[in-house]
Design a protein around this ligand. Sequence first.
Ligand code: MG
Length: 269
Amino acid sequence: MAIEVKELAQLKLMRKAGLVVADTLKLIEQSAQIGMTTLDLNEIAIKNLAKHGATPSFLGYHGFPAVICASVNEEVVHGIPNKRKLVSGDVLSIDFGAIIDGWHGDAAISFGLGEIDPADQKLMDVCCESMWQGIAAGKKGAKLTDISAAIEGYINSQGKYGILREYGGHGIGSAMHQEPHILNFGPAGNGPELVVGMALAIEPMITRGHERTKVLSDEWTVVSHDSSTGAHFEHTYTIAPDGKVFVLTAEDGGKADLARLGIAISDLL
Ligand code: MG
């Protein structure tokens, strides 16, 4: 199957969905407190979707029962919101997707509550920056795995982390998960050339320990096999018709973070 290429008008709808995702994740991070539960955070997302007239991407996806994925500590991705009270030192990874007029946005953040272990904070910082390095490498004319190599190269330059093997980024647009699958490791220079109108979700998932994971009996929650803390960041970005990148799920389109890396974003969105 070919990679879906979007017209500007379609990218503008993806931007609308992306802004709902950005706003919801910001609201969740600002609202999350010790003593709350991840089900409380799911409620915040439900209300914000309604406020924006958007539809959740995750609810009912292969039977997923919530609008956010909420993964705590050794849970890396795909956690189901539950009633366990959050405590100081917890590391939360929240993944969220929204649909506007049939077009999807998908993003994830990790953050800590209360007193955070400095090594957990560094894990999150490394994961977040590796995502930006991946997006910066995914310019027009680059090869798909230039993104993979940039993510892995940055992570490995920062210390010893486990990069999840079984999960990765993906194409996105009229469906949440499309081709191509995007590995978070491996050599540069392979795969399709990146062209105008592609939209990709870049999502490194790493642990403080080993890369090996297992899925819990709920058939969703992915935990690190060695119980080490995990982190997950994700943004949906596109290559706009002017050939410049634009991060559809970042409030500022990725302007500030990509400027640090010497990349100017598109003005078209
Ligand atoms: Mg995703």
